[in-house]
Design a protein around this ligand. Structure first.
Ligand code: ADP
Ligand code: 5GP
Length: 207
């Protein structure tokens, strides 16, 4: 802690902070997060469990824990998930250990979850700050182009993801920050600015 800070005060960066990144599928969340993690070793990614099939470029244990329906049932039954949801017929959940254990060690954690999951994390009673970031592409046309360009979804699923996106953006006002991902490097820099600002925030400190 800096010696100039009066007793009883600290900066948020001395504790673990949870940075939750949300936004429509195709906004570029995974791309931005991958760059952030490469650039800031103090950030740890919260790897979610999912029943969705793995995409070719994904790695089990790095991008997700790819689990069976039965294994997911067990995670739910044993209370191992901080929150979980069903998205397009597949279940996704945040393992409690990925977030709570790391925050307790003073690490900052980055989560990639959909809108309701983000709000659930905010209300999960964590004893650490939770910062909610909503990421969008510059336009709807660009969103469609990016989902197509990724090439991992069939036309039906693309339409469904766009419909979900239209619902998700209605909840933008519940978030703390909006980041427009026009140029990837610029979007990464914007999120880094948020991380730096939140770490510098002056807060009461238990003595
Ligand atoms: P999300 O994780 O939000 O679903 P992805 O990171 O998978 O989104 O990005 C969707 C697609 O858009 C990918 O093909 C990715 O390479 C591309 N992409 C991400 N950010 C940008 C950007 N700023 N400009 C152009 N393409 C982008
Ligand atoms: P995708 O299938 O494109 O990887 O992810 C689909 C959606 O599920 C994205 O909006 C992503 O943020 C969200 N998601 C991924 N993991 C979790 C999780 O653990 N919990 C919740 N609520 N959503 C998640």
């Amino acid at each position: 802690m800096n010696e100039f800070l009066p007793r009883g005060w600290g900066v948020q960066g001395e504790r673990g902070i949870a940075f939750v990144i949300t936004g429509p599928s195709g906004a570029g969340k995974s791309s931005v997060i991958a760059a952030l993690l490469r650039r800031d070793p103090k950030l740890a990614f919260s790897v979610s469990a999912t029943t969705r099939p793995k995409r070719p470029d994904e790695v089990d244990g790095r991008d997700y824990y790819f689990v069976s329906e039965a294994a997911f049932d067990r995670l739910v039954a044993e209370g191992k998930l901080l929150e979980w949801t069903t998205y397009q017929g597949h279940r996704y959940g945040t393992p409690r250990s990925e977030v709570v254990d790391r925050l307790a060690l003073g690490q900052d954690v980055v989560l990639n979850v959909e809108v309701r999951g983000a709000l659930a994390i905010l209300n999960a009673g964590l004893s650490h700050p939770v910062v909610l970031v909503f990421m969008v592409p510059p336009t709807r046309d660009e969103l469609i182009r990016r989902i197509r360009a990724r090439g991992t979804e069939s036309p039906d699923i693309l339409q469904a993801r766009l419909a979900i996106a239209n619902e998700e953006v209605k909840l933008i006002p519940a978030f703390h920050y909006l980041v427009v991902n026009d140029d990837l490097a610029a979007a990464v820099a914007r999120v880094e600015a948020i991380v730096a600002a939140e770490r510098a925030r002056i807060v009461p400190w238990p003595t």
